[in-house]
Every structure is written in C-alpha cells, then in structure tokens.
Design a protein around this ligand. Sequence first.
Ligand code: ADP
Length: 461
Amino acid sequence: MIHRIQFRLLAAFLLVIVVAMATIMLFVLPAAEQQIDAYAQRTGRLQLARMQHWLLGYYSARGSWSGVQPFIEEMGVLYGQWVVLAQEDGTVIADSRSLLFGQPFTEDWTEVSLRDGGQEPERIIGVLYVSAESGIDEAFARALRDSLGVYLALGALLALAVALVLTVILSRAISAPVQQLVESARKAGGGDLSVRVSVPDHGELGQLAESFNAMICDLERSAELRRDLVADTAHELRTPLSNISGYLEALRDGIVDPQDALSSVEEDVGLLSRLVDDLQELAMAEAGTLQLNRQSEDLAVLIERSMNSVQARAEAQQVTMKLSLPDGLPPIWVDFQRITQVLHNLLVNALTHTEAGNRITVAAENQGRFIEVRVSDTGEGIPHRDRVKVFERFYRVDRSRNRATGGIGLGLTISKHLIESHGGSIRVEPNEPKGSVFVFTVPASAPSPQPLEGSPEQGAY
Ligand code: ADP
C-alpha cells in the first residue's frame, strides 16, 4: 500500500497542503490579526475623540451636565458602545445603559477626562468611560478574526478535496501504463514474447514503453535465432552421424571393405569436428567474446600468406591466382590471424566454385580510412537472390553439392562477424562476365592515440 503511486501522490499533496496551511497560520494570520487590531484601535480612538468633542460642546452650551442622560444614551446607540459619564470623584452621572447611575465607577474601561477649556486653570468637569468590549468595531474585528479561521479551515477542506480528485486522476494516468508494463513484463518473463505495450504518451513513460517493446523484439529475435541454431545444428549433425552408423553396421555385417569404410568414417568425423570448431567460433563471435589482437599490419604480406596456403590446391585444380595491389598501400589495423582466416575462407570458396582453366584475382584499393579488398573468381557465380543469404549461417546455394565438398555454410557467417568486428563490411557482387567478387573493407591505420610499438591492442567485440 505504502509503495503504491496513488498513496505516494496523496501523501505528496497532503504534505503540500499542510505546509501551505502552516505557512498561512504562522505568517499570514498573525499579520492579518495585527492589522485588524490596529484598525480597531484607530477607529476606537477616533470615536472617543468625537464623543469628547460633543460632550464638551454640550457642557459649554449649558454650563452643567443637567439633562445629559438622553444625550449619552443616544451616543451609546449611535456608536454601539456602552458609554458612561462620571464626575471627577467617580460618581456616575449618565449611563447609556442606565445601570450604573449614581454609583461610583470602578471598571477598567477606556477613559478620557473632559476639561473645561473656558476656565483658567483648566478644570476637570467629568470623565468619559467607554467599555473596551462593547464597541461595534471591536465586535467586527473579533468576527473578522473568527471568520479568517473558518475560511482557512474551509480552504483546507477544499484543497483536500481537490487533492483527492487530482490523486485519483493523476494516479490513474500514471499507473495505468505502468501497470500495463508490469503485466507485459510478467507475460514476457513467462515466455510469451508476443506482448507489446502501447502507451499514448510522448514523455518518459512513452519512451519506457518504446524501450520495452524494442527489448521484447530483441528477445524474440534472439530466441528465434537460438531455435534456428539448434534446429540447423541438429540437421547438420544428422547426416554424418547416420553415415558413420551406416558404415559401422555394414562393417559389422561384413558387407563393406574395412579400408573404404574407415576412410569414409574418417571423412565424416572430420566434417563433424570442423562443424564443432566452426560452431564454437560462431558462438563466440555472436556473443561478442572473440578476442581481437589488433596491430598495424602489412596487407600485402597478409594476402600473400593466404594465397600461399591454397597455392598447392589451386595448382592441383589448374586454377591460376593473381595478386594486384597498388603501390603505397598504408598499413592496416587488424588482427592478422582473423583477417587471414577470412581471406583463406574466401580463397577456398573461390577454388571450390571455380573450374580448371579459370582465374582467381585478389586486389586492393586505398579508400582513405578503409582499404577495400576484392577476391574475384570466374566460377559458377551466385544467383542474385542468394547474395545476401550466403552470409546467413548454414546457408548453401546448392546444398547437395556443398555436402560433397564438405562445406557446412558457416565460413561466410564467421567471416562477416570477423570483418564487422574490425569495423569493416563485407558483400558479394557478380563478376563480369561470370563468377563472383567478394568485397570486404578493413581499417587503414591505427586509431589515435597510437599504441606503443610491440603493445598490441587486446579486445573483445
Ligand atoms: P561453405 O562451407 O558451404 O563454403 P560458406 O559460408 O563459406 O559455407 O559459403 C556459403 C555458400 O555460399 C556456399 O555453400 C556456396 O553455395 C556459396 N559460395 C561461397 N563462395 C562462393 C563462390 N566464390 N562462388 C560461388 N558460390 C559461393
């Protein structure tokens, strides 16, 4: 409960209300009350001065206080106050409420002495008393003070109601997509990768939903790849294994020459171990855990070494190989072993698909940041629809023929990973008038800062 968005929002709103109320009570209310008191005192003083003025006028017109009682009563009604007039000795001679007449005045009221200005020295002719509590202004000030408190309480109640409504609206707006995400994440965790969330929000929640959907897409894709890999691997293992078991059975039954059977089994075991090696390398490449030992290398040396490794086979097949490099090629920034492996794979493929009397050419071109290497053959070529697919794992253009040559369809997939791990790219184009050209790029020189001579860069990709 305490962790729910609804509860947190409500708590935040309540906190804001409490802080606002406390600020009003601490600062605004005392200031308002001070102002009200000051106003009440000012008007009280003004009224007293007026009463004093009228009473002095009364006295000077008559020369005594006789008949002043109705005048005092009128004054009391007029100002809404309890007004008492007493002699200097304190005996009450007029009372607006006719209660204290003739009694000595003992209350602690606001008082003002009335002096006869016509005599020298001035003589006190009476004392005017006004009740501190009874005035209209005092009552008004009290009512104002009370109503301030009431309005403050009403305001707090209204703010509370608004806070509750806002909490419901906002928490729904926030928690609905979050709830949707939680629900979808739960489903995805349970293996249902078809879930997607749709949040019509362009803010953080919308971005979160987009990232979630992208993550589920990735998960779906990698689950698909994993499924395919297992299915493909099982398929590739099945043929050599059933071959081996067939030969073993024939051997046991004595219907096959042991020498022939052994060499066939050896061939299939070789195929299986190549498959395992390639799968292991592919798994590492796809997981990004292949270690690259990159250094500045001479491309010409690398190409020559790769060509030498297949020279004997080319001669046996009566295929000529040609190297065509421009002068002044800059060094390349690569893992020598890995790029040699790529080139070797391309040359073996070219030899596999090229008949006697044809030619394989390796050329390179400086393109600035990258060096482009082209391996062209005048062999059977690759149909247009297969040109992208040949880089997919286990893809073979002619499955039956490649089985015979021992190809398992992983060489180009691994080559693509290796080239891309160097920051380059690889593609295949048709050769004119026939054959294929495999084109790949590798970085031209070491990225800055240049590492020290003899300290190769180690890194996984
Ligand atoms: P494989 O082990 O079968 O050679 P690759 O991944 O190296 O696997 O190649 C995939 C497929 O691409 C091959 O089976 C072949 O059909 C096709 N291929 C590769 N290189 C060439 C080429 N130079 N000429 C024609 N086809 C090629």
